[in-house]
Structures are given as structure tokens and as C-alpha cells.
Design a protein around this ligand. Structure first.
Ligand SMILES: *[C@@H]1O[C@H](CO)[C@@H](O)[C@H](O)[C@H]1NC(C)=O
Ligand SMILES: *[C@@H]1O[C@H](CO)[C@@H](O)[C@H](O)[C@H]1NC(C)=O
Ligand SMILES: *[C@@H]1O[C@H](CO)[C@@H](O)[C@H](O)[C@H]1NC(C)=O
Ligand SMILES: *[C@@H]1O[C@H](CO)[C@@H](O)[C@H](O)[C@H]1NC(C)=O
Ligand SMILES: *[C@@H]1O[C@H](CO)[C@@H](O)[C@H](O)[C@H]1NC(C)=O
Ligand SMILES: *[C@@H]1O[C@H](CO)[C@@H](O)[C@H](O)[C@H]1NC(C)=O
Ligand SMILES: *[C@@H]1O[C@H](CO)[C@@H](O)[C@H](O)[C@H]1NC(C)=O
Length: 446
């Protein structure tokens, strides 16, 4: 009997404890603002609905400690437009916490202590933004974001290791930010929400672009910078038919084979800050829309004049800070007109007399900080270059009539070269004269 009584007593205590625990908002500050008013109150309650007025649409900011959002704690508020629960030590969201919030647009749950997101947590919401950045989320369960319509979702700065399939079940999603997590793999189709247009996966641990995972028919922008991608393979971008921007900065690439970007609509391709030492002749073949191509800060030694065959004219070719030592014949023949070519910071010593043949017009051409020690008088015949930067080279003199040699240039940068004393005066006179001359070259984008 004694035992039974104690047990009962304990049960009652536990029961009481658990009901009193189920108060979501304990002594927290609720700040609401609408177009015509606002107030700040300290509340203790189970439901935010009791703490804010009905009527006009409003934004609510909660300060204090909210360790658990219990079922229906943020529900049935017909005028809640924006809710900020950031830095409130939130550890858990019970499914059913967010229900019937017809005008909710913004839900900020950043800077908390969430470790997992359960199935159905955000069911049936139709919002503009959900921000779950800077939590400690390791696990995403299937159907976490079921039947949801959301424009911007951020899960950045968490501890997510894998992205299983089924997290997005019947989801309409515009952009997804998942930078700086611990993602190593993405399951096939895991991100295949039909509408995803922008995906940021920077600063993860991804090692490949698996076309089964990167199968997003409407994706236009993909950021994969600061990952560990070592190999690109033919067909990697085949399931990204609308992609126009691909950022692969600072991965571990050593080679760009042919067929990776075949038939792509990419306009901006960033391959800079890798360790690329080989780019296949046809790696950029038929990239009909390419406009900005970065492969600077790599380990390339050979300039290939077949690159970019079958393309329209790109606007920028950024190739600085590689190991190029030579510019071959007709080096730029596949893109006769463009805004800028940057070859600064290479080891260029030898320039073929026909290097610039078939090039017609460039606004800005940098060869600064190379090892060029001579310049032929007729190299630039037939090409119009707005600014040519030859500073920081090893030129001791340029023979011939400088006004003639550089007649198709508006600006000629020649500083920081080891000019011979007898040549220095000629260079200085020319530069002064050139600075005063009228400028003519302009640029019409393709
Ligand atoms: C409520 O919070 C304030 C600080 O925000 C604190 O000073 C006060 O002691 C708290 N009251 C209770 C009953 O916890
Ligand atoms: C703000 O809230 C307090 C506490 O609920 C209330 O006494 C006060 O009248 C409110 N002020 C306004 C302007 O609504
Ligand atoms: C979602 O909200 C937008 C506007 O906020 C509205 O146009 C759209 O019809 C809503 N969709 C659904 C399925 O409720
Ligand atoms: C998909 O989600 C929408 C709400 O965004 C819902 O109306 C629809 O019934 C769901 N469809 C299925 C097949 O679950
Ligand atoms: C990529 O395109 C080039 C040029 O059209 C073609 O020669 C090559 O076979 C294609 N490669 C793949 C893997 O599709
Ligand atoms: C660059 O390539 C050369 C061979 O061409 C190689 O010896 C060197 O280790 C490479 N450097 C880096 C940083 O990969
Ligand atoms: C020309 O190119 C160099 C090197 O890419 C760049 O630093 C400079 O700003 C460019 N100038 C103009 C006018 O575009």
C-alpha cells in the first residue's frame, strides 16, 4: 500500500511537472509591431495567440529563453506576418507548433540550439522565408518540409552531414542556402524540387557533382565554392539544363575534361583558385551563352588556342596567376571581340608574333607582371585594344615608333619595367603624349 501511494505520488508529481513544462513562453518579452501601433510585454503563456492582438497584420519578435516550441504554441494567428525567434536557446520544435498561420511570410529561427528537424515540422506553410541558420542541426528527417511553399530557405552554418532523399516532399522552393555545413553527399533526387532556382552549397565537403543528385530542371545558379571536388566528368551538368551560373572556386580540381559543360546555358563559370593543370581543348566547346569565364589562380602551363570553339564571344576571360610561359599563334582566334582578357601574374616570356592575329577588339588586356622582355613592332597591327597593360615586365626597350606600334590603343601601361637609360626618355615622352591623346575605344556588350 505504501509503495502504491508513493508511486502514485511520484506519478502525480511527474504529471504535474510535465504539464508545467509544457509552457512554451515563460517570462519572455514579446514585441509586436503593426503599421499603426506596437507594444512590448513580458508574458508567460502556452500560445502566442493569447499575447498579441488580432486585427492588423503584425511582426513579432520574441526575446528571452524558449527551449521548446510545443504543439500549437504558434498557431491560429490570422494576422501574424513575421516571427523572429532568434537567439532564444531553442532546442526543439514539436511537430504541430506552426499551424494555421495564413499570412505568415517570414520565420526566423536562427542562432538557436536546434539539433534536428522532425518530419512535418513545417507542414502546410506558404511563406517567403524560413531561416534556420546558425543552429546545430545534424539530422534532417524525411518530410521535414512537407507540402510547403517557400521562396527562401536557409540552413547554413549547421552540422548537416548528409542530405537524405525525401526531406522536401511536395515542396515548392525558390532558393536554398546550405553553406558551411558538413555535407559530404547529397542523395539522388534529394533536392529535386521542381522549382528550385538558386542553390548555395559553398563551404561544404562535397567531393563530386553527381548528376543524379544535381538533377534540378529549373536551377539557374549553383554555388559549390570551397568544397573538395577533385574530378569533373563528362555529363556532370547534364541534369541542370537551365544553369547559368556555376561557381567552383577553391575546390581541388586538377583537370577540366571535355563534355562537362556540353550544351549548357552557363553564362558565368568560375573555376578559379583550384589546381587545374589541364583544360581539354574542347572543355568549353559549344558553350553558346558563356560570358564570364574565370580560370585564374590555377596551375595551367599551356595556352590552348582551341578553347572556346563554337561559342559566341565571351565578355571576360580571366586567366591570370597561372604558369603560362608562352602565347602561341592565333591564341585568341575563337573570340575575336571581347571586353577583357586578363593574363597578369603568369610567367609569359615568349609571345608569338602572330599571337594576336584574328583578334579584333578588346577593351582591356592585361599582361602585367609577366616576364616579357621584348615587344615586336607589328604584333598589334589589326587589333584594337583600349588598354594594354605591360607593366611589371622585363622590357628594356621597345624598338620602333611607339606612336605607330600602339596606334590602336588608348592607354598603354608601361611602368615597372627595367628600361635601359637610353630608352627611358623615349618611353616617358610617349606615355606623356599618349595620356593627353583623345580616347576612342568603347565597348558594346555581345
Ligand atoms: C523574468 O525575467 C527577468 C529578466 O528578463 C528576470 O529578472 C526575472 O527574475 C524573471 N522572472 C521570473 C519569475 O523568472
Ligand atoms: C502595452 O501592454 C501593457 C501590458 O499588457 C498594457 O498595460 C498597455 O496598455 C499596452 N500599451 C499599449 C499602447 O497598447
Ligand atoms: C502562397 O502565398 C502566395 C502569396 O503570399 C499566394 O500568391 C499563393 O497563392 C499561396 N499559395 C498557396 C498554395 O496557398
Ligand atoms: C502538396 O502541397 C500542397 C500545399 O503546398 C497541397 O495543397 C497539396 O495537396 C499537396 N499535394 C500532395 C500530393 O500531397
Ligand atoms: C561535347 O561536345 C563536343 C563538341 O560538340 C563533342 O565533340 C563531344 O563529343 C561532346 N562530349 C560529350 C561527352 O558529350
Ligand atoms: C603545378 O604543376 C606542376 C607540374 O606542371 C607540379 O609539379 C606542381 O606540383 C603543381 N602545383 C600545384 C600547386 O599543384
Ligand atoms: C582591366 O583589367 C584589369 C585586370 O583584370 C583590372 O584590374 C582593371 O580594373 C580593368 N580595367 C577596366 C577599366 O576594366
Amino acid at each position: 500500500m505504501y509503495f502504491i501511494l508513493t508511486r502514485l505520488a511520484i506519478a502525480v508529481v511527474l504529471c504535474k511537472a510535465s504539464t508545467s513544462e509544457e509552457i512554451t513562453f515563460k517570462n519572455v518579452t514579446v514585441e509586436w509591431v503593426s503599421d499603426t501601433g506596437g507594444n512590448t510585454t513580458v508574458v508567460t503563456s502556452n500560445s502566442l495567440k493569447n499575447d498579441v492582438p488580432s486585427g492588423e497584420e503584425m511582426s513579432v519578435n520574441i526575446n528571452g529563453e524558449v527551449p521548446i516550441l510545443y504543439e500549437r504554441s504558434v498557431s491560429d494567428i490570422e494576422n501574424l506576418k513575421s516571427l523572429v525567434l532568434s537567439g532564444v536557446d531553442l532546442e526543439e520544435i514539436k511537430p504541430g507548433a506552426f499551424v494555421n498561420l495564413p499570412v505568415l511570410q517570414i520565420l526566423i529561427l536562427s542562432k538557436n540550439k536546434l539539433t534536428e528537424l522532425k518530419s512535418d515540422t513545417f507542414r502546410d506553410l506558404n511563406v517567403s522565408t524560413i531561416d534556420l541558420s546558425q543552429n546545430s542541426i545534424t539530422t534532417l528527417q524525411p518530410e521535414t518540409f512537407k507540402n510547403i511553399n517557400i521562396r527562401h530557405l536557409t540552413l547554413s552554418n549547421n552540422q548537416i552531414v548528409e542530405f537524405p532523399s525525401g526531406v522536401f516532399e511536395n515542396v515548392t522552393l525558390g532558393s536554398l542556402h546550405l553553406y558551411n555545413t558538413l555535407l559530404k553527399t547529397i542523395a539522388p533526387k534529394a533536392l529535386a524540387t521542381t522549382s528550385l532556382s538558386s542553390l548555395v552549397l559553398s563551404e561544404n565537403k562535397l567531393e563530386e557533382i553527381d548528376p543524379e543528385a544535381f538533377d534540378m530542371p529549373e536551377l539557374t545558379s549553383l554555388s559549390l565554392d570551397f568544397n573538395s571536388i577533385k574530378h569533373l566528368r563528362a555529363g556532370d551538368s547534364k541534369n541542370l539544363p537551365q544553369l547559368n551560373t556555376l561557381d567552383l572556386v577553391a575546390n581541388k580540381l586538377e583537370e577540366v575534361p571535355e563534355g562537362v559543360f556540353n550544351n549548357s546555358k552557363i553564362t558565368h563559370l568560375k573555376l578559379n583558385y583550384n589546381k587545374i593543370s589541364t583544360i581539354a581543348s574542347k572543355a568549353f566547346e559549344d558553350m553558346s551563352k558563356i560570358s564570364v569565364l574565370h580560370f585564374d589562380h590555377n596551375n595551367l602551363t599551356q595556352w590552348d588556342n582551341n578553347w572556346l570553339g563554337g561559342t559566341s564571344n565571351p565578355d571576360y576571360v580571366m586567366a591570370g596567376f597561372n604558369q603560362f610561359s608562352e602565347i602561341p599563334d592565333e591564341a585568341f582566334k575563337n573570340y575575336p571581340k571581347l571586353y577583357s582578357i586578363d593574363l597578369q601574374g603568369n610567367k609569359i616570356m615568349k609571345i608569338s608574333p602572330k599571337a594576336f592575329h584574328k583578334l579584333e577588339r578588346v577593351v582591356n588586356f592585361s599582361l602585367r607582371d609577366n616576364e616579357i622582355d621584348s615587344w615586336g613592332p607589328d604584333w598589334l597591327v589589326g587589333v584594337s585594344i583600349g588598354t594594354i597593360d605591360l607593366s611589371g615586365n622585363k622590357l628594356k626597350c621597345i624598338d620602333g615608333d611607339l606612336d605607330d606600334i600602339f596606334k590602336n590603343n588608348d592607354f598603354v601601361q608601361l611602368e615597372d619595367n627595367p628600361w635601359d637609360t637610353e630608352c627611358a626618355e623615349k618611353i616617358k615622352d610617349f606615355t606623356t603624349r599618349k595620356e593627353k591623346a583623345p580616347k576612342t575605344r568603347s565597348y558594346v556588350p555581345n
